[in-house]
Design a binder for this molecule. Structure first.
Ligand code: GLC
Length: 743
């Protein structure tokens, strides 16, 4: 489609259009885009402008409670701006052609999809990937999934999800980067870089969509969609920075969250979407609601009816209405009643058209639809190789007593027990969308290859849930023949993700019973834990010699796990979310405030539980290796600095074991005294370094004033002079500490 078509049409239709005097706040570099979009809007009718703000799900997939796809026919009238959950070049080409050739102005559609951790090739779930602490791997995964999805005709990924979460009862922790703001912000940047690449017009990239704005990860009770209630300080200090990091990295779209924040639904939260996101952070992209978010305002009881919902949402800053079709049905009436302005409508329309312009769709609406390219690119071996590399690095070794791991390839008999031993589908994890189980290499198959000289006996023993113990005996019999037992247990893919909150985050009873029966045989026991969320492993910790957190690792789960179990790959993952000792501890996280009565188990009147330590079973930043690392004391190039200064902090990290290994060296800083109470420590830097056996490397961090800033008593983000505790080690529980001063 050439631009001249639009210019020709303009002359014919100019008298029919109401043109807002508004011009995009864009800057010089978007001058050409602004001019093109302004020209295009000058010939659009009110209905056509409203149409651009409508996003409808195709009937191919359902990712929410209602699927009112009967509006799809309106696309031909130019009254729909985009579709989501629609796939393949062929289908998208036909849908695009239908609209471009039949609607009055031929404005192309944009196509979105939940490309969260892979497309046809599935990568580890985002929480798993975050455990790699490897930004190159995170970016590689995002790059790969974007290239594959773009090859299937898609333009827009509803990712990254960057919701900070401290409550593993919430199933969507699986989609995020865990509990820490600093790490979550770095991961958000890497994901945006991977998805969007350097140039939006590159048909091997997608436009990203940071979500869910904001603080969706802090629902009361860990129950999905529930209210979020927190101070502005908590919101700005811990929950907003990863969204801002994505915006600063150039993320083009933002998706509103379902929840209310302090009683104001995110979908109509002007303070969030306009005052903070656009005015404070300078975001000039497009804001889309979540699935039927506008329709659900009636349930929030903050609107009189759907018309009121649509008016409040567009006035607050929403540009595109996902799946409610409320803008489509009520914006004209709201405008005619003076409840919304032409500026509101124009702003929303323009922000959507800007995305289409940046995607190059006005030049050629079919530019992403190339079936020959799709055949070449989809499920390309390079994506499986990438997924394998990312998966290996996402595995966390939680326990390894008596060096039961790695399992020698000379082992005579290995028993693989548990429902995950042969399963494929559940390795895909939540939100695997276009991923299919056919792409998954299961554990059993991978073990046969990894341990060619061993006898592998496999018994699932039980299903993930239920109370069928009929296969226990066979499993126990297999264990009796084995030299070592590897139990493959955990959650099914739908037990985490959206609408998957739980009150009990232990393994299902049937699985715990099977473990108890197997443990009675008294063989060396290894647990492979497949889960979307942190789980309570307090019992399992006592029953297994070794525990590997292997998450839901995607298409290459089997080979990645086999590499680690055999020692071909030395595990290097670290937890990015605390594992509680019991659900009663939740929320438990590492960057807590000290309180006036910090825990002292020997003193009654202190902040503690009668039946449990405050500490989690496995803390943030924790993960073991098949080797070991020692840290020297921290050397500072100076022990004080002014606001414009820099302190260099160096540790010598020695690999004291017999195998090469990667270590995630973590730097934490704690403000000793401040105008508000501050966490005892917060992650302010990390470096993943490879250290050959027996060698020592220097790892240096630069401490700047920026790392010391926080929202002070006046809610101004600044640093305050004084002494700071500095920790550098291999976990948030490191005691390797020194002090420096900000003058
Ligand atoms: C869902 C999710 C959101 C997703 C959207 C489209 O309900 O909350 O993350 O992108 O709908 O499928």
């Amino acid at each position: 489609m050439k631009l001249d078509k639009y210019i020709k049409t303009a002359c014919l239709l100019l008298p029919f259009c109401v043109v807002s005097c508004d011009t995009n706040k864009g800057n010089d570099k978007d001058a050409e885009m602004n001019k093109f979009v302004s020209d295009l809007m000058s010939k659009m009718t009110l209905e056509e402008k409203i149409g651009q703000s409508t996003l409808i799900s195709s009937w191919w997939d359902v990712t929410g409670p209602v699927s009112n796809n009967d509006y799809a026919h309106k696309a031909k009238d130019g009254h729909v701006g985009g579709f989501f959950n629609a796939l393949t070049c062929d289908f998208l080409y036909r849908l695009q052609k239908e609209v471009v050739e039949n609607s009055r102005l031929g404005i192309p559609l944009m196509f979105g999809y939940d490309v969260i951790h892979g497309y046809k090739t599935t990568f580890p779930t985002p929480l798993a990937m975050s455990s790699s602490w490897d930004m190159e791997m995170v970016e590689l995964a995002a790059r790969s999934m974007a290239e594959e999805a773009a090859a299937d005709g898609l333009h827009w990924a509803f990712a990254p999800m960057v919701d900070i979460a401290r409550d593993p009862r919430w199933g969507r922790v699986a989609e995020g980067a865990g509990e820490d703001t600093f790490l979550g912000s770095e991961i958000a940047r890497a994901q945006v870089r991977g998805i969007q690449g350097e140039n939006f017009a590159d048909t091997a990239t997608l436009i990203a969509c940071v979500k869910h704005f904001a603080a969706y990860g802090a629902p009361v009770g860990g129950r999905d969609y529930n209210s979020v209630d927190m101070s502005e300080r908590q919101l700005r200090e811990f929950y907003l920075p990863p969204y801002k990091a994505a915006v600063d990295e150039g993320c083009q779209t933002v998706m509103c969250a379902f929840n209310d924040i302090n009683g104001v639904p995110a979908t109509t939260n002007k303070w969030l979407m306009t005052d903070v996101l656009r005015d404070e952070w300078g975001f000039d992209g497009m804001i889309v609601t979540d699935y039927t978010g506008i329709f659900e305002l009636t349930n929030h009881k903050t609107v009189r009816d759907s018309a009121d919902a649509g008016a409040q949402a567009i006035r607050a800053g929403v540009d595109m209405d996902m799946q409610s079709a409320i803008f489509m049905n009520y914006s004209k009436e709201n405008y005619e009643k003076g409840l919304i302005s032409m500026e509101d409508i124009d702003r929303a329309c323009r922000n959507v058209l800007n995305m289409k312009y940046k995607l190059g769709l006005f030049e050629d609406p079919y530019r992403y639809c190339d079936t020959m390219r799709a055949k070449r690119v989809l499920k390309h071996p390079k994506f499986f190789k990438a997924s394998h590399e990312v998966a290996k690095r996402s595995i966390v070794l939680l326990k390894n007593d008596n060096e039961v791991l790695p399992i020698s390839k000379n082992t005579k008999t290995i028993a693989l027990i548990g429902p995950m031993a042969t399963n494929k589908r559940n390795h895909l994890g939540t939100w695997h969308t276009a991923g299919r189980e056919e792409t998954v290499t299961p554990i059993y198959e991978a073990f046969l290859k990894e341990f060619p000289d061993s006898r592998i006996i496999v018994e699932d023993g039980c299903w993930y849930e239920g109370d069928d113990r009929s296969k226990f005996a066979k499993a126990v019999a297999a264990v009796r023949q084995a030299d070592v037992v590897v139990m493959c247990m955990g959650e099914q893919e739908f037990e985490s993700g959206e609408a998957a909150s739980k009150t009990d985050i232990r393994l299902a009873k049937i699985q715990r019973d099977l473990i108890d029966e197997v443990a009675k045989v008294n063989k060396p026991m290894v647990l492979l834990l497949h889960n979307g969320r942190p789980m309570v492993l307090t019992d399992e910790e006592k029953k297994f010699d070794a525990i590997l957190e292997v998450w839901h690792l995607g298409s290459m789960a089997g080979p990645a796990i086999a590499d680690v179990v055999s020692g071909d790959h030395n595990p290097s993952g670290k937890l990015t979310m605390s594992f509680p000792r019991s659900v009663g501890q939740i929320p438990v996280y590492y960057n807590y405030l000290n309180t006036g009565r910090p825990e002292n188990v020997n003193v009654r009147f202190t902040s503690r539980y009668l039946d449990s330590p405050n500490s989690p079973l496995y803390p943030f930043g924790y993960g073991l290796s098949y080797t070991s690392f020692s840290y020297s004391n921290i050397e500072l190039d100076k022990d004080s600095m002014t606001k414009d200064g820099v302190i260099k902090a160096t540790v010598k990290v020695t690999n004291t074991g017999k195998r090469d290994g990667d270590e995630v060296v973590q730097m934490y800083i704690g403000d000793q005294v401040a105008s508000v109470s501050r966490p005892l420590k917060e992650l302010k830097g990390f470096k993943k370094v490879n250290i050959p056996a027996g060698k020592t490397v220097d790892v240096t961090f630069e401490i700047t004033d920026e790392l010391l800033k926080f929202y002070n008593a006046d809610m101004v983000r600044d640093s305050e002079p004084g002494d700071f505790d500095l920790y550098i080690g291999g976990s948030s529980q490191t005691g390797n500490k020194t002090v420096f001063t900000l003058k």
